[in-house]
Write a protein that binds this ligand. Structure first.
Ligand SMILES: [Zn+2]
Length: 316
């Protein structure tokens, strides 16, 4: 059985895992990237991380058929280039060339949300589907599209930025500098802001009992809603509509068979999912009577999606 290494690059940690051809992680390890030392130092860190995880698993380099990397930011997959990733200070980082100095192995790099989309499609909730859409609701909103079995990257990897489609003209300010982006309404960051505002206006809401260390989190409104609190229910209903509005826009363009929702907020489960499903089936083009409405599921791979997805890039 062939084995691969998947590397999930993040600003706080870089995770590597040995993944078999069935998408199972055999062994994992993590390092903190030396962001201050520059991108070439990080390439060496990633090689060291591979050696560590191999040693941990009692395997050799020869046992690995390929190494895949998932990186935040804009990734030019053809040139093995991370064009830009703000958190890690990557700027025109030829990752595959740098990594190749340490280990000559089949390698590929992709955007992290695209990798997660591929991983979820191969081994998670999108199995056996050719057209899927993955959205992650976290600090931001990341999207990945699999179209006819392939990752959609757009020209030089600049596409697939679904988080920045505009759902409201002159709306909330987004981290990208524009206004009204989906991310500014549907991210965990936005949900926390919406919850805080609701709580300020309604200080008697049960949500005040749902704080964690005195703070509103992405769970506060869902917890309040489960307890039947009106203010919390309103926050949840509005937030679900924001998420669903972006989904409808993208469904009308790509018409996937399945939509997979991941990221921290997806842990809310059915209280969120049921509302999204209802809105999408009502509002997507042709509605349910004419076109089949995509299945909507919570992503299955959780935190491992990054590693499994990155490894999927080099699986044949
Ligand atoms: Zn934006």
């Amino acid at each position: 059985m062939a084995n691969y290494i998947g590397i999930d690059i993040g600003g706080m940690s870089i995770k590597a895992g040995i993944v078999d051809e069935n998408g199972k992680i055999l062994c994992k390890d993590t390092i903190v990237p030396r962001v201050k030392e520059g991108q070439d130092a990080i390439a060496k860190d990633m090689f060291d991380l591979c050696e560590n995880v191999l040693a941990k698993a009692g395997m050799k380099k020869e046992d690995i058929a390929g190494v895949g990397f998932g990186s935040p930011g804009t990734v030019d997959t053809e040139r093995g280039l991370i064009t830009f990733a703000a958190n890690l200070g990557f700027n025109k980082f030829y990752l595959l060339k740098e990594f190749g100095k340490y280990w000559k192995v089949k390698a590929a790099v992709g955007n992290d949300a695209n990798c997660a989309a591929l991983g979820e499609t191969k081994f998670g909730s999108g199995q056996n589907k050719q057209n899927t859409f993955f959205v992650t609701l976290g600090t931001g909103v990341g999207t990945g599209f699999i179209v006819d079995g392939k990752i959609l990257t757009g020209h030089k990897g600049g596409g697939s930025e679904g988080g920045h489609i505009c759902i409201r003209m002159n709306g909330e300010k987004c981290s990208c500098g524009e206004r009204g982006c989906w991310e500014a309404y549907a991210s965990a960051t936005a949900l926390i802001k919406q919850t805080e505002i609701a709580l300020q206006k309604n200080p008697d809401s049960i949500m005040k009992e749902c704080l964690e260390n005195g703070k509103v989190t992405g769970r506060t409104a869902f917890e309040g809603a489960r307890r039947g609190d009106k203010t919390a229910l309103k926050v949840v209903n509005t937030y679900a509509k924001y998420v669903a509005t972006g989904i409808v826009l993208l469904v009308n363009v790509f018409r996937p068979e399945v939509i997979m929702i991941g990221g921290g907020v997806s842990n809310a489960g059915d209280i969120l999912l049921s509302r999204i499903k209802k809105y999408v089936s009502r509002h997507c083009f042709g509605n349910a009577k004419i076109n089949p409405v995509p299945q909507i599921e919570i992503a299955k791979l959780g935190n491992d999606a990054g590693i499994i997805g990155a490894a999927s890039l080099v699986m044949e």
